[in-house]
Design a protein around this ligand. Structure first.
Ligand code: HAM
Length: 432
């Protein structure tokens, strides 16, 4: 049997890189005073329909949705969905636990699997992992302030730098308030009407149902026409313009480089005002390392109180791809020593004695913090040496003679030198 299309197994040594990314993210989030939230991997389907938007690709085509079994015959089966993203789940939890009543800004981060039924390719999977964060709260806690947007972007620049990802680009835009977007949608609909028949089939539909989504179109033949469409910047009211200007002024002060992308409207319907993506050229077609933005109306859209927010999600799979390409390959982590019990496979009692002594020695050394690989007394010495050379920096021979004398033979592979070491000094010798 094989892993299902679009899913994959992550194996060592690559998983060490995943752990490194997660540990670095946790450390950076802690410095910005974020706490971790863990929400369920599946939710009521209605949450995504209302939160992310029925017309988005994610909700209309890509969700893994099923009918749960009804508890009683009279009951309607609940429709459930594997989370395609985590912002809607976090906002649902914010409402459910009345976190707004604390009067404080909630600064929450998460990491974990998300599921979208997209066409798999490099950097795009059906199960993928996101590391994200959300800043959300009542207006009185300052949740609408452009400083929050700038601080989140500055944190992301810091995190990417600390991960060692070089050559990223930050693109930002403003999609305005809900009212701005109504105006822009009208302008866009009017401009699209005469040219829509020349666009791809998807865009012809979008031109009617959700004109903003036309700006996401990647079909090369459509690009020249899309470039002539009105820009959202021209539909922003004074407040939205001032908000955007304050974000860029703060970014300039913090010396975070960015470029304005007028077409960056993002593929989820909850965004208001600031939207952004960090891209990386090394990724190919799926070049977004992360994306995010402000969602001032999301809480209300799913039945909660007014709670403006801003957040992002990084594609962890894409961070790994970028680091792998930069570092040529991940190195296997070598153990400090390989313990080779030396027995006689034909003498079960003797074999059991050296193996038991091997376990006791391994336990002693591991307790001092050393990384130890334990072999098996039934292996021939040649096989033990070959295995040790691949997995550890040194080999420790432990036969009946060594057990009796308490003097062990250690060979260090980098120098080829063989040394006799008293057992009591072994941990210090290996550590050095
Ligand atoms: P998103 O742009 O849909 O935003 O996803 C964020 C990131 O997840 C993308 O930039 C990409 O790196 C990664 N990603 C998305 N789909 C896949 C896939 N199929 N395979 C691999 N990686 C993928 C969101 O999900 C929003 N919830 C972000 C957000 C948080 N906005 C506000 N707060």
């Amino acid at each position: 049997m094989k892993a299902v299309r679009g899913t994959r197994d992550l194996l060592p040594p690559e998983t060490a890189l995943w752990n490194h990314i997660e540990a670095t993210a946790r450390a950076v989030f802690a410095r910005y005073n974020f706490g971790e939230i863990r929400t369920p991997v599946f939710e009521d389907t209605g949450l995504y329909a209302r939160g992310v938007g029925e017309e988005t690709d994610i909700v209309s085509k890509e969700m893994y949705t099923w009918e749960d079994r009804a508890r009683a015959q009279s009951e309607k089966a609940q429709s459930l969905t594997l989370r395609p993203e985590n912002t809607a789940g976090v906002v649902r939890a914010y409402i459910e636990h009345k976190l707004g009543e604390t009067g404080q800004l909630q600064k929450l981060y998460y990491m974990g699997p998300q599921f979208r039924r997209e066409r798999p390719q490099k950097g795009r999977y059906r199960q993928f992992s996101q590391i994200g964060a959300e800043v959300i709260g009542p207006v009185s806690a300052g949740s609408e302030s452009p400083l929050r947007d700038a601080e989140v972007l500055e944190m992301l620049a810091t995190l990417l730098d600390e991960l060692g990802i070089t050559g990223w680009t930050l693109e930002i835009n403003s999609v305005g308030s809900a009212a701005d977007r109504v105006r822009y949608n009208e302008a866009l609909r009017a401009a699209l009407a005469p040219v829509a028949p020349q666009l791809c089939e998807d865009c012809q539909r979008r031109a009617v149902t959700n004109p903003l989504r036309v700006l996401d179109c990647k079909v090369p033949a459509d690009q020249a026409i899309i470039e002539t469409l009105p820009r959202i910047a021209d539909s922003l009211d004074e407040d939205s313009l001032a908000h955007f200007a304050a974000v860029t002024t703060a970014l300039d002060a913090a010396q975070v480089p960015y470029t304005r992308n007028h077409r960056l409207v993002r593929g989820l319907d909850y965004y208001t005002r600031t939207t952004f993506e960090f891209t990386h050229n090394g990724l190919g077609a799926q070049n977004a390392l992360l994306g995010g933005g402000r969602y001032d109306g999301l809480s209300e859209a799913i039945g909660g109180p007014k709670a403006p927010g801003i957040g992002f999600a990084m594609g962890e799979d894409r961070l790994v791809l970028t680091l792998l390409a930069q570092e040529s390959a991940t190195k296997q982590v070598l153990a400090d020593a390989y313990i080779a019990p030396l027995g006689d496979a034909r003498d079960a009692a003797a074999l059991a004695r050296v193996n038991a002594a091997g376990l006791a020695l391994a336990r002693e050394l591991r307790h001092t913090g050393l990384y130890i690989e334990l072999g098996d007394g039934s292996f021939r010495l040649k096989k033990s040496f070959e295995t040790a050379d691949k997995t550890a920096r040194a080999i420790v021979i432990l036969g009946e003679d060594e057990i009796k004398s308490g003097i062990l033979t250690v060979k260090t592979f980098s120098t080829g030198v063989q040394t006799k070491v008293p057992r009591a000094e072994l941990a210090t010798f290996l550590a050095e």
